[in-house]
Every structure is written in C-alpha cells, then in structure tokens.
Design a protein around this ligand. Structure first.
Ligand code: PLP
Length: 226
C-alpha cells in the first residue's frame, strides 16, 4: 500500500460523477451543429458573469488568449510598458511581449507570492499602460491604488467569484480550478465599452461579418467547451 502512487491530477476520476451530464451536453452541441460561439456559449457567458458578480463574460480560446485579447482591447502596443510579476506562468509576461510592449517586473510579497502593490507603483512611468497582477494559487492579489487599468491574470482564481480590477482573465485548461475538455478561457469585466471591444476583437474586429474596423484575431471559444 505504501508504494501506491497518488496522481496529482486524475481527470477521469473528476469526470466520473458528472460524466452523464457531460456526455449529454456534448451530444446536444453535436446535434445542434453550432460548434463555435452560439447559444450554448452565450448561456455559459451569462452564468460565468453572474458567478463572478460581474456584468460581462467573453468566452475565448485559452487563458493565454484571454490575457492577450484583454491587453489588445486595452490598446496596449509598441512603446507601452505593462507592470507585472515574474513569479507566474510564462504566458503572463509573454502576451505583453507579443504585443510589442515591455513587461516591467516588480517583486512579489513574501506572504502571498503575489505582486507587491507598493513595488508595482514604484515602477510606474509615463509609458505605463496597465498593471497585470496574478492571483496565484487561488489567492486574490492586493491591487495597487492607481488610475492605471488593472487586468488580472485570474487563471488560478476562478473560485473567488470576484473581479477586482477592470477585467479578470480565466483559464479552463483541463488541470485548472475549472477545467474544460481542451483549451478554453474567458475575460470577465464590468466595463461595457471594454467588453464590447474585446468581443469585437475576438472575431477579427468584424462587425457586421466581413466589415472589419480593427485588427483582432480568432479568439473564439468552442460550444463544446462552453
Ligand atoms: C494556466 C495559466 C495561464 C495560461 O492559461 P492557458 O489556458 O493554459 O493558456 C496564464 N497564467 C497563469 C497564472 C496560469 O496558471
């Protein structure tokens, strides 16, 4: 018995109690023929927004894309600086660099491992476009008092049910707090204008279809994951 291996994550075991529900939901999506966005996604977004006590949820293709799209909706680009923590998954700083902006690192707090709000404020310059704290290990970061927009990397903190900053970015990677059957993520925000911009950019900035006002990307979530 002492040699028995206990896996850190056992997805099959997690799925077992809800397997019938999952199978039925998958069948529903297949029968509907509506695989990308659509009514199932909309229902999911409404439920998620309510669960986070917020106005809008925008389902996207991954947690990484949630962060990327949120920064794009915020208008972050070349020449901008985004203040964040190095003590996180690679994606946090990676999305800043992908937009041609510069990740500016501030140290973490000893007790929470999250971005130290005072040290983050020390890094503010005229080029600062946003602050990107990470709610590591399910623990909400203490946000700095600032006029700058705060985008939370909430990939590990969906259970807190609360958006503290302008927007929170969630991941539904299978091993996360709430895992999908593949890659998925979401942005949750109480800001109407920001939500609208993120929705627009989620589908290549096209509205109506084939009329493109801004350069976005394909950041859509699949109905199966929703
Ligand atoms: C998992 C994770 C991400 C990336 O999410 P994906 O869905 O894997 O793209 C970003 N930040 C943190 C802190 C994460 O834990």
């Amino acid at each position: 018995m002492s040699n028995r291996k206990v896996p850190i994550v056992d997805l099959a075991r997690q799925h077992a109690p809800v397997r019938e529900e999952i199978d039925a939901a998958i069948a529903e999506v297949i029968d509907s023929g509506h695989f990308v966005l659509g009514p199932v996604v909309q229902a999911f977004e409404e439920e998620l927004a309510a669960a986070c006590q917020s106005q809008h949820a925008i389902g996207v293709s991954s947690g990484t894309d949630a962060l990327l799209l949120a920064l794009m909706a915020q208008g972050v680009g070349p020449g901008d600086e985004v203040i964040t923590t190095a003590f996180s998954f690679f994606a946090t700083a990676g999305v800043i660099a992908r937009l041609g902006a510069t990740p500016v690192f501030a140290d973490i707090e000893d007790h929470s491992f999250n971005l130290d709000p005072a040290l983050a404020l020390d890094r503010v310059t005229a080029k600062s476009a946003a602050i990107l704290p990470v709610n590591l290990y399910g623990r909400l970061a203490t946000l700095p008092e600032t006029e700058l927009p705060i985008i939370e990397d909430a990939a590990q903190s969906i259970g807190t049910g609360r958006v503290q900053g302008k927007a929170a970015c969630y991941s539904f990677f299978p091993t996360k707090n709430v895992g999908a059957l593949g890659d998925a993520g979401a942005i949750v925000t109480g800001d109407d204008e920001f939500a609208d911009r993120a929705r627009l950019m989620r589908t290549h900035g096209g509205r109506p279809k084939y009329f493109h006002k801004v350069v976005g990307g394909n950041f859509r979530i699949d109905a199966m994951q929703a």
